[in-house]
Design a protein around this ligand. Structure first.
Ligand SMILES: Cc1ncc(COP(=O)(O)O)c(C=O)c1O
Length: 301
């Protein structure tokens, strides 16, 4: 993709601020934002703060993928934006080039923006990442969210950025400037080092995450758990059929009884109920111990 550094990029305080300023720029009160469910919980409050209405689309029967068909079924005359957060937190799945093209063909020439949160793009395993913004026909209506939090494990530096056609970027800039002026210069210099000197660091991390992913998947399958294979990010989202009332209840029991921290699926919208998110951004020893504890816990249920 090509974006002009002069007037098509904004450096933000983490990807979070890029999402916030984008939504506040494009959403008018009452307008709807379509997003897949289960999904990263950061979008819903920001949509509401902008006066919008979040519309979660159930992707459970579709390997957690938002498809052109699902979007089509949910578009109304109030739809203003579709959020495509792939590779996904919490499921790790991503969309193929063909799937993205179908969405691009559906949304082109419609008065609908696409917020493509591609913060995990450097961490894909089965196929290289394809950005929806690479389809020229929808470039003008797409805002790509990026950052160094995941690619370079620099979450604490709080540096993200957005890529957008100059026609929309000039409006987002107004919200951004009066919101934070700019992210701290110290962190910007750190991110600059990451993106120049450490340009390939994410490849090394990616190889190591791929090994951990394979290990975690193998163990979860051995435990007989139902799990969709992740293509990217560093999460798996197994279904845990335990008699607890909610995933949240199960999460509390896992902490208390097994000393294990998994994020309850219901944190990722109602469609995450019954699932747990497991992060494999840990070393192999910790993962092995964690999975042993999970296996032990499950065998006692
Ligand atoms: C999908 C997604 N988008 C955005 C963020 C926020 O990133 P940042 O820490 O750069 O604000 C996260 C963090 O977990 C995330 O998973």
């Amino acid at each position: 993709m090509n974006y002009d550094p002069e007037d098509e990029i904004i450096v933000t305080v983490g990807a979070s601020q890029a999402i916030d300023v984008t939504l506040r720029t494009i959403i008018k009160p009452g307008e709807e934002v379509l997003l897949p469910g289960p999904v990263y919980p950061g979008y819903e409050p920001l949509i509401k703060l902008a006066g919008g209405v979040p519309v979660h689309i159930d992707t459970r029967d579709n390997d957690f993928k938002m498809t052109a068909q699902l979007i089509k079924e949910n578009i109304t005359d109030k739809t203003k934006c579709v959020i495509l957060p792939y590779p996904s937190n919490p499921t790790g799945v991503t969309l193929t080039e063909d799937e993205l093209e179908e969405i691009a063909q559906l949304l082109k020439d419609q008065p609908i923006f696409i917020l493509a949160d591609e913060i995990y793009s450097e961490l894909t395993y089965n196929q290289p990442h394809v950005s929806i913004a690479s389809f020229e026909e929808i470039r003008e209506q797409t805002i790509v969210i990026q950052g160094v939090s995941k690619s370079h494990s620099m979450t604490g530096f709080r540096i993200g950025y957005l890529l957008a056609d100059r026609s929309i970027r000039k409006h987002i800039l107004k919200v951004h400037q009066y919101n934070v002026s700019c992210p701290t210069s110290i962190s910007q210099y750190a991110a600059l080092q990451a993106l120049t000197v450490g340009e390939n660091d994410s490849e090394i991390m990616c190889q190591s995450y791929a090994k951990r992913r394979d290990f975690v998947l193998k163990r979860l399958k051995q435990m007989g758990l139902d799990v969709v294979e992740p293509d990217g990010a560093f999460y798996v989202f197994p279904k845990l059929k335990v008699s607890d009332h909610t995933s949240f209840d199960l999460g509390l029991r896992l902490v208390d009884e097994a000393g294990l921290a998994l994020v309850p699926g219901d944190a990722f919208s109602e469609y995450g109920q019954g699932y747990m998110r497991l992060s494999y951004a840990y070393n192999m020893e910790v993962l092995e111990e964690g999975l042993n504890r999970l296996e032990d816990f499950l065998s006692k249920q």
